[in-house]
Design a protein around this ligand. Structure first.
Ligand code: FAD
Length: 390
């Protein structure tokens, strides 16, 4: 039996425009992203040039309003673009998702004046964003954040440290959640902070298990002056804005997880149909056939779940519960599928000669970011049983 070359995913897309978009993304992924992924991930190289190309191709603002340079695409299309990008290289797919997350606050809660001034550069002008919520002492309990913004006339002065910031040190703008009032969720306000502000600096990036090409760093705010015109939404509205961004962002993580899992399955099928043991391709053995069938079924189920949530969002209906379910299910699946892919390749799967060990390391982080999977279960349970009694 010859190696089976992976077939492109047969996608349900609503328009011819969306089909053309997916073709464009596949072309960029195959020509510009996938060929360099292994080497650049190994070297920890951040592919800024790829993000510039994506911006020039109209792919950095897809789910946003074309009036401000966005692509006017529904979430069901945008997420399938992310899936294709993540299958080629997670650093790129997740990077686009985080950039979208960073644009969410201004695009949905900014004033018309702020949107006209800033959004075109953010959505299609080559800028790259970061989303600054987490801190060294506040991760899952994000509402306990301590970074402060203190009023000084018409300005604000930001002081504190954000942790784990994707694009920390390379971002052109940061959406920052800071404390302007008392303790808890109601004392938090959102700001749009230029990446080159005086007093803003990034630490040396974290040495991570995977996604080594994606810089993740602490970002320090040491008396950063921000005019009140860069406050997004009302004072005290920041945490609600942050959570609303995360509902959509979680769908991005789910789509990235399906992309990584699909890439791992494609590699496992190609290997299993080419590798022979006992005089037959190993794909002949039921033990492996069933494993491949389970992997494919998990991926298809995950894709259906994130698309269901996306279509609810596109229809203007509540989707937070389904988004949490999609993030939980797709990322847990990506972990399982990538572990299984390593198993299908046997000893070779454990080496850097094949990409499946990288996929396995990459899948792990998706169970942690934008609310760990324990937090997703809490969100889903709250929709079922109401808030915890204490
Ligand atoms: C590569 C990477 C990129 C990231 N990018 C960004 C970014 O761009 N912007 C940003 O703001 N943040 C970012 N993060 C931070 C990420 O969102 C946090 O790591 C995550 O929210 C968890 O916070 P923590 O690491 O502090 O873990 P903790 O909150 O300390 O949790 C530790 C463990 O306890 C569990 N736990 C905590 N509370 C509960 C509970 N109530 N019930 C059950 N279990 C619980 C958690 O699930 C976890 O298993 C990134 C993280 C990584 C690793």
């Amino acid at each position: 039996m010859p190696d089976r070359a992976p077939q492109p995913v047969d996608r349900q897309l609503p328009t011819d425009e969306a089909r053309d978009l997916i073709s464009l993304v596949r072309d960029i992924a195959q020509r510009e992203i996938a060929p360099k992924a292994a080497e650049e991930e190994d070297a920890g190289h951040f592919p800024r040039e790829v993000f510039t190309l994506l911006s020039e191709s109209g792919l950095l603002g897809l789910p946003y309003d074309s009036e401000y340079g966005g692509g006017d695409q529904p979430y069901e299309v945008y997420l399938q673009v992310l899936e294709e990008l993540a299958a080629a290289r997670l650093t790129v797919g997740l990077g686009v998702s985080v950039h979208s997350l960073a644009c969410h606050a201004l695009a949905n809660y900014g004033t018309k004046e702020q949107q006209v001034e800033h959004l075109p550069d953010m959505l299609g002008g080559g800028l790259l964003g970061a989303y600054c919520l987490s801190e060294p002492a506040s991760g899952s309990d994000a509402a306990s954040l301590r970074t402060k913004a203190v009023r000084d006339g018409d300005d604000w002065v930001l002081t504190g440290t954000k942790a784990w910031i994707t694009h920390g040190g390379v971002a052109d703008f940061c959406t920052v959640l800071a404390r302007t009032g008392g303790e808890g969720a109601r004392g938090i306000t959102a700001f749009l902070v230029p990446g080159d502000s005086d007093g803003l600096s990034a630490a040396v990036p974290e040495k991570k298990m995977g996604m080594k090409g994606s810089p993740t760093a602490q970002v320090h705010f040491d008396g950063v002056w921000i005019p009140d015109g860069r406050r997004i939404g009302e004072e005290g509205q920041g945490f609600a804005i942050a959570l609303s961004a995360l509902d959509s962002g979680r769908l991005g993580i789910a789509a990235c997880a399906v992309g990584v899992a699909q890439a791992a399955l494609d590699e496992a099928v190609a290997y299993a149909t080419g590798r022979e043991q006992f005089g037959r391709p190993i794909a002949d053995f039921q033990g492996l056939r069933f494993m491949l069938a389970d992997m494919a079924t998990r991926i298809e189920a995950g894709r259906s779940l994130y698309l269901t949530a996306a279509r609810l969002r596109d229809a203007g209906r509540p989707f937070a519960r389904q988004a949490a379910m999609a993030k939980l299910f797709c990322t847990d699946n990506a972990m399982q599928v990538t572990i299984d892919a390593v198993q299908v390749l046997g000893g070779y799967g454990y080496t850097a000669d094949f990409p499946v060990e990288r996929y396995m390391r990459e899948a792990k982080v998706l169970q942690i970011v934008e609310g760990t999977n324990q937090i997703q279960r809490m969100v889903i349970a709250r929709h079922l049983a109401g808030p915890e009694s204490r």
